[in-house]
Design a binder for this molecule. Structure first.
Ligand code: PDD
Length: 287
């Protein structure tokens, strides 16, 4: 690939972008990130992602290296330079490279953060065939740390969980902690039962999804009753419908968990309706 990427104030070919081996993002996953979708060249929910970036930075006592207007311009510029039609913008802020490896946070007056951003082209992002067939999920123990509300780059367990899901012939995994489903490896989890939408409330055990917030607003506007509470694997298995949300998948039906069909085993009507509403809201925000 021959992308133009952003690194610490410069736009340069991806082959020329490099960072120090002492960067704390590399050594300690001392870094946060965001992923913003792009549809037809338009940034979707960018402000929500920038607000959450601020929360993640604050939680790790990392100063925000850019003003909101600079972040917006950076995103717009990457889309334009790379002629991105459908895809994602990935951004990462690390605590930067101190003089040596050390657990102690370096003095932020002497160590500047590393800022990286790049495009990922995903043609037809909103027409993913999985939206028609639905996703197969397995459940796994949630072995992540206790601050999943911070969007850090510590993604080894989610990567391992996705690998285990693939090995089991599934598309992804939902994670179970203390008897209830927290969320997916890289998405928020929902079930529908007797017309009610059930999803965990936001707390340290899950990431407060930007897509989640919009989906809950759209569901409320559509008159769907919402229960924000943890739900068990057993409840999910006996649900009428299930789905997940993220910036890279929007709303995806879940039709099978641990080899057992959910509802009819096909994407359900409420899930389809919410996906259509969500994508319509995205398109409306572009005009
Ligand atoms: N992941 N939960 C986790 C653990 C996530 O990693 C994500 C997003 C979400 C959904 O959040 P949002 O709706 O704001 O994308 C929930 C992104 C897409 C990723 O890591 O690529």
């Amino acid at each position: 690939m021959n992308r133009t990427v952003y690194l610490n104030g410069c736009y340069l070919p991806e082959s020329e972008a490099s960072i120090s081996i002492f960067d704390r993002g590399f050594l300690m996953a001392d870094a946060v990130y965001e992923v913003t979708p792009v549809l037809s060249g338009n940034l979707i929910e960018l402000d929500g992602h920038l607000q959450r970036l601020q929360l993640s930075l604050d939680a790790l006592e990392l100063p925000n290296p850019l003003a909101i207007s600079d972040w917006r311009q950076l995103h717009r510029q990457l889309v334009d330079i790379n002629h991105l039609v459908d895809g994602l913008i990935y951004l990462q802020v690390t605590r930067g490279a101190a003089a040596d490896r050390d657990f102690i946070f370096p003095d932020s007056t002497h160590t500047s953060p590393t800022v990286v951003a790049f495009t990922q082209s995903k043609p037809g992002l909103a027409n993913n065939p999985l939206a028609e067939t639905g996703m197969k999920i397995i459940s796994l123990d949630d072995l992540r740390w206790g601050r999943c509300d911070i969007k850090t780059t510590q993604l080894l367990y989610p990567a391992l969980a996705k690998r285990l899901a693939r090995k089991a012939g599934a598309d992804d995994a939902w994670l179970v902690r203390d008897g209830t489903i927290t969320e997916g490896t890289s998405n928020n989890a929902y079930i529908l039962k007797d017309g009610k939408l059930i999803t965990r409330y936001t707390e340290n055990a899950i990431l407060s999804g930007v897509t989640r917030a919009t989906v809950l607003r759209l569901a409320a506007e559509a008159g769907i009753p919402i229960e924000e509470r943890p739900f068990t694997l057993q409840e999910a298995l006996s649900a009428d419908e299930a789905f997940l949300t993220s910036a890279s998948t929007f709303i995806m039906p879940v039709v099978e968990i641990n080899g057992q069909p959910i509802g009819t085993g096909k994407p359900g009507p409420q899930t389809r309706h919410l996906r259509a509403r969500y994508l319509a809201a995205c398109r409306a925000s572009m005009s």
